[in-house]
Design a protein around this ligand. Sequence first.
Ligand SMILES: [Zn+2]
Length: 493
Amino acid sequence: MSRSILLAEIMHETNTFNRTPTVRADFDTRYYLTGDEIPQRLRDTNTEIWGVLTEAGNLGWSVTHPLAASASPSGPMAAGDWDEVKDLILAPLRNGRCFDGIILIMHGSMVTATTDDAEGDLLEAARSLAGPSCPIIVTLDMHANVSRRMVDASTLMLAYRTYPHVDQFERGRHAIRLLKRILDEGLQPVQHFLRRPMMDAADHGQTASGPMPQLLALADEIETDPDVLCASIQIGFPWSDVPDIGPSVIVTGTGNNDTAVQAHAERLMEAVWQSRAETTLAFPGPNEAIAEAMAGKPGEAPLILADFADNPAGGAYGDSPNLLRHMLQAGLVNAAFATISDPEAVQIARTAGEGATIDVALGGKGAPDLTPPLETRAKVLKLNGGTFVCEGPMWKGVAFSMGPTAVLGIEGVEVVVSSVPTAVMDPQVFRSVGIEPSGKTTIGLKSRNHFKAAYEPIARKVMLVDAGGIASMQLNTLTYHKIPRPIWPLDAD
Ligand SMILES: [Zn+2]
């Protein structure tokens, strides 16, 4: 039977400790597409949208798709821009259109200037317009902080099952297949949602090793029960000061045998709770990193120190000089660092010109209490426009811009200072400004995971270094006001 559905995406992971608002223009780094632009631009991509559209084509369903929008992680979205998103997505419903079902693609950890629960806000509005019987299916990022409000306003929610996330297409296709089953069988699904007082669990969701593969296997086993439509694990996003923080599970039943389905949810939640302290990654502090750097010998491949606690891809400012400060205090030579985001310092360097010496308070403007500026004297080694084309393997051929850029020489370290927060994934961040990373003894860079594809092959070793910042694994260094207490790991069990 031909069906008509509403499909929309708004995807943003909000680090509430980042005080810089996310605005419409920030979506230009990924996409903000309406109407026909969506299938044109996202054709053949590994996205939920394309998964839904592909399967809808196979089924002969008609799809109304008002908006597909995705931005990099950053601070809460500005109020007016959030209103625009809601208006675009809800317009077909407000115009009185009736749909057999709705599929919304959302992160699950989005915060705006007006709500700590953007997904709940949007879902509630959609539910009131669509009526109680219209199925609303939601795909979530694995790092969703799910609220009771989201559950109450939706019919079925399912999160990614991979981290790094590579199953977006598959989850989109699975969402529409579940919708088809609900419609064809006239089901009244019931979502059994559980959360425990914790901020993180299951190795932050890594699916290559650690507890997550076993948890997903348990979810698979639960899904073999004919009364279960879907078993979903959300690992939560800890850098968000919201009441609904933390890992959760949702087991959605067909509406039959609710007691057994609830028992599945309790078993799955208990397994997630038991996994909370298991980690496969180490996050040493700067002293350990510097000791490793001091052991490096001239001519060796570089040691890569990933300053992940200030990683812009985790919503952080990308302006912390904490790790750089340790590198300078240790007197490292033949070292490089990228990037410190500081448009004012770039302007000072441009005014002084290449070859000049400047005194500058570098970085540290975003969270000066955690990551204060570096007061230093520096030589302006190079100035340029900051654009480069990635050489891969990730984003190969894609052009990026870090805004007007300066390379400052500070003692034995060449520092790439950008005008916009820039996570370091590609060697071109260095090469485009005349620094050959493979020739350095020590490199500091802002990243957590993505840098490995390009940098591991040229490194003698990589270390994830927690030098402080608003994406630190030391959650007790951040000041939370809205999360429930007591909560693991801030409070004793
Ligand atoms: Zn995620």
